[in-house]
Write a protein that binds this ligand. Sequence first.
Ligand SMILES: Nc1ncnc2c1ncn2[C@@H]1O[C@H](COP(=O)(O)OP(=O)(O)OP(=O)(O)O)[C@@H](O)[C@H]1O
Length: 361
Amino acid sequence: MSDYIVSARKYRPQTFDQVVGQEAIVTTLEHALASNKLAQALLFCGPRGVGKTTCARILARTINETDNPNDDNDFAFNIFELDAASNNSVDDIRNLIDQVRFPPQVGNYKVFVIDEVHMLSTSAFNAFLKTLEEPPAHAIFILATTEKHKILPTILSRCQIYDFKSIGIPDIKNHLEKIAKKEGVTYEDDALHLIAQKADGALRDALSIFDRLVTFGEGSLTLEGVSDTLNVLDYDTYFAITDACLENKIPEALHIFDKILRKGYDAQLFISGLGGHFRDLLVSQHPQTIELLDVGENTKAKYIEQGKKCMPQFLMDALDICNQADINYRASKNQRLTVEIALMQIGSLTQQGQPKKKSIA
Ligand SMILES: Nc1ncnc2c1ncn2[C@@H]1O[C@H](COP(=O)(O)OP(=O)(O)OP(=O)(O)O)[C@@H](O)[C@H]1O
């Protein structure tokens, strides 16, 4: 059997200081622990893969910590996890309640983590409510959910609520960088940035994308490889199409777009991505806004360079055209043409933003 462990498990934080991007939560939990003000029922809300289960486990371990260094297996931490997504019946909850009654054999607390608690059936919820109202002193409940709005007010009002947030791109990227170094993976800074961007705030997603791409790239991550595998249009394509438009070379812009379609990319994603590109060029033009440019270092240099070639009016008009095409796209009967017209319009802009030519010839 292979001894390969996925990064999300291998690098699951074991202590609060290893948790990334949830400073407010970690500080509040640590204060509550230090001042003995931890409630018996906690609700961890927030997007998927941002550390809710991880923090629940660390909390369970911390409150049961003994001075015996050998006491560090999961059993000793008295943690009971129920995934309500697949165990949502009254019987499942009754099994759990049965365990609540008895005090732990080791340590002081039993910690019950109910993941995806919004999935419990109404009758299971009701069965659980009584226990939640009067839990024995040794029981702590941590309810985790990605959908807080689905939690009954009766439950909400009995819990201390912790709102986890999605993790920012720089935090995700830093975390990936540390793991890449530990694993001996060679990487381009921009490749990690793109993975962090694609993870959409979820560290677990970032780690699984990372694992997949490291396997695919045989231990090395390049921006080109990552873009290709994730089916993301690479920045160079946007730079090339912008260069063509800046020089009013409409046929060239149309050919690049044709190639994009042949590769199987979605035309609407392309046009909204192009809008994003013009926005990035705009923010790259000023020292006050450059920090709003959320890309890796090499790509940033390219933005600054191309930004210097563009008049702000050109960028604003181009942005407007992309935006309009994006809006019109769904209603259009010829979606390819909608994008092509947008490209022709952008390729007709002069640096002052006025149309230079009316036809593509
Ligand atoms: N804030 C974080 N800091 C460090 N690692 C994290 C963080 N969030 C997630 N991870 C990584 O992702 C994995 C999954 O995270 P976890 O199970 O804690 O997420 P979750 O918020 O409970 O997600 P779900 O709602 O889908 O259950 C962890 O094992 C860990 O490797």
